[in-house]
Ligand binder design. Structure first.
Ligand code: G
Ligand code: G
Ligand code: MN
Ligand code: NA
Length: 254
């Protein structure tokens, strides 16, 4: 089978699954959200990392059915956690450019929320700047439809090579996810401290909530707390884990 055919089988068959990485409140340490990350369990090759199939999915358009599967599975899991009596939390799903450009995307989101009886404010969609900048007018219209539904929108990987300030000026995001490249050198590196501090203040001024990605150390957490960064995500708390392990993390803090 060609790679594309294999990926198609993965989506229609039952080879994809999600892992989850918690997002925590910097001040209290409580889990406030969780990001869903897709994985492929290939029948012969075993685990294929997303960097090895997301680009192919994007090139071939298979990202549309793949993304729809992710969206529904994440909403199903969020509903299952609520039914278990766990404190409700935001579920974050990554969305790529071709999905965002699909005129049916907002109705797919509405259908997933309805099917799983999930209130829209518990769903957050993460997009990178490149997703909205490709066709700004169309992206603005899509964001308006999604906001009308009540879902949250975050700008992902902010401060990475692919993002600048322009997207913040034009697009109505709710939240900024500061890229882990800006977090890595904290708090020892003076330039990193200056940039991270500026990004956090910028988010506050624009009334966006701000989350630091790739947080690995206590020293980074101390810095983020002092800088009034609201949330954090990274190996310091948990790597992305199976649904079962995520359930345990959530039960432990309930
Ligand atoms: O955990 P990690 O190696 O899984 O993620 C690698 C990359 O794959 C990240 O950039 C992440 O945004 C992307 N990714 C993970 N899951 C999804 C998904 O469901 N949809 C899209 N479009 N990208 C995803
Ligand atoms: O691009 P996006 O931010 O959606 O994808 C998250 C990626 O970052 C995943 O590959 C995930 O496994 C990885 N990741 C999450 N937390 C950490 C961390 O603390 N350190 C490092 N190095 N990578 C992380
Ligand atoms: Mn993300
Ligand atoms: Na990111």
């Amino acid at each position: 089978l060609g790679e594309q055919e294999e990926l198609h089988q993965a989506i229609t068959g039952d080879q994809l699954f999600l892992e989850y990485q918690p997002q925590v409140d910097v001040a209290t340490g409580r889990i406030t959200g969780i990001e869903a990350l897709v994985r492929w369990n290939h029948p012969a090759k075993g685990r294929v990392p997303p960097v090895n199939f997301i680009p192919l999915a994007e090139e071939t358009g298979l990202i549309v059915p793949l993304g729809l599967w992710v969206l529904n599975e994440a909403c199903r899991q969020a509903r299952a956690w609520q039914d278990m009596g766990l404190a409700p939390l935001t579920i974050a799903v990554n969305v790529s450019a071709k999905q965002f450009a699909d005129p049916d995307f907002a109705s797919h989101v509405a259908e997933a929320l309805e099917r799983h009886r999930l209130q829209s404010h518990w769903l957050e969609l993460e997009v990178t700047e490149s997703v909205v900048m490709q066709d700004a007018e169309r992206a603005l219209a899509m964001m308006a439809s999604l906001r009308a539904l009540g879902v949250r929108l975050s700008i992902d990987d902010f401060g990475s090579g692919y993002s600048s300030l322009a997207a913040l000026k034009t697009f109505p995001f709710d939240r900024l996810k500061m890229d882990r490249s800006l977090v890595e050198a904290l708090p020892g590196d003076k330039t990193a401290v200056a940039i991270a501090s500026a990004v956090i203040s910028l988010a506050q001024t624009l009334k966006l909530s701000v989350l630091a990605e790739g947080v690995e150390t206590d020293a980074q957490m101390d810095f983020l707390r002092q800088a009034h960064c609201e949330e954090a995500q990274g190996y310091r708390f948990s790597k992305p884990v199976s649904p079962e392990a995520a359930t345990l993390l959530l039960q432990t803090q309930s």
